[in-house]
Write a protein that binds this ligand. Structure first.
Ligand SMILES: NC(=O)C1=CN([C@@H]2O[C@H](COP(=O)(O)OP(=O)(O)OC[C@H]3O[C@@H](n4cnc5c(N)ncnc54)[C@H](OP(=O)(O)O)[C@@H]3O)[C@@H](O)[C@H]2O)C=CC1
Ligand SMILES: Nc1nc2c(c(=O)[nH]1)N=C([C@H](O)[C@@H](O)CO)CN2
Length: 233
């Protein structure tokens, strides 16, 4: 019997798509969510287990770790997808940085430390960190966000060494996947022009990248840059 796959931040957009696709591919799925949403009703009806969590504080992360251990005896994989795309607000830079650090680095770090014991069973066992292609060049507008995602890529390397050969640890660093509804036409045009392929791919190519990491027995410590041929400058 194979254990469920945990994907954090699974109540909307990329995480929601991957939760449904993993279920279609025959996996049991557990998601974490921060805010109650309509999508959760559909997921629960499909048999996906949903755990509330706010990773903005150590207490919130540790509470999630407790609830995950109560929810399952084992896991096939942990996908650290939960994220907040925060631009620093003048005067609130420190609070923003701490929130981004907590969600993008402290939560994956503590969950890996306290829940890697759940990664068991006879087949492959995986941890996947979701960072961002922008770590290759830095970001003037999302400086703290970019730094926290770069730190997550460092955790990929460290945990890959620390948990081998029992558990594979890899990352996906996407560039544009899905616009947000408030994105202006000008912003959309500018974002599309940044990659050679010039498209908004949606969540399915991301799922294909996740699938390739989960199914490959000879990949660890690798971050896949899913960026449509994005130029660095
Ligand atoms: N979309 C894109 O184009 C790109 C995405 N990425 C990365 O891909 C991943 C998926 O992107 P996308 O689907 O757009 O992500 P979202 O911005 O939709 O965030 C995913 C989920 O993270 C949850 N989350 C936010 N803050 C917290 C918190 N403090 N505690 C717990 N959960 C939290 C949100 O829950 P709630 O809604 O309840 O607040 C949300 O549902 C992310 O890691 C993102 O950084 C990278 C580059 C481009
Ligand atoms: N948590 C999120 N991270 C990011 C998002 C998002 O919507 N949520 N979006 C982006 C952009 O698409 C960017 O890659 C291109 O403008 C980056 N990270």
């Amino acid at each position: 019997m194979s254990h469920p796959i945990l994907i954090t931040g699974g109540a909307q957009r990329v995480g929601l798509h991957c939760a449904k696709r993993l279920l279609e591919d025959g996996h049991e799925v557990i998601i974490s969510y921060r805010r109650e949403r309509e999508s959760l009703t559909e997921l629960r009806a499909l048999g996906i287990r949903t755990l509330q969590a706010d990773f903005a504080s150590t207490a919130g992360i540790m509470a999630f770790i407790d609830s995950l251990h109560r929810e399952t005896q084992g896991l096939r994989a942990i996908v650290h997808n939960a994220s907040t795309w925060l631009a620093e607000t003048r005067g609130e830079e420190a609070a923003s940085f701490q929130q981004l650090f907590s969600v993008h680095m402290l939560a994956p770090y503590l969950i890996n430390l306290h829940c890697s014991d759940l990664l068991s069973g006879t087949g492959l066992r995986d941890i996947v960190h979701i960072s961002d292609d922008v770590t290759r060049k830095g970001s003037a507008k999302h400086t703290a966000y970019c730094a926290s995602k770069a730190g997550l890529e460092s955790l990929t390397l460290s945990f890959a060494e620390r948990l081998a050969p029992r558990i594979k640890v890899n990352g996906i660093a996407p560039a544009l996947l899905m616009f947000n509804e408030h994105d202006s036409p000008a912003y959309r045009e500018q974002a599309l022009a940044k990659s050679a392929l010039g498209i908004e791919p949606g969540p399915e190519p991301f799922y294909q990248a996740l699938r390739s990491l989960l199914d490959n027995p000879y990949l660890t410590g690798t971050t896949l840059h899913l960026n449509g041929g994005r130029h660095v400058h």
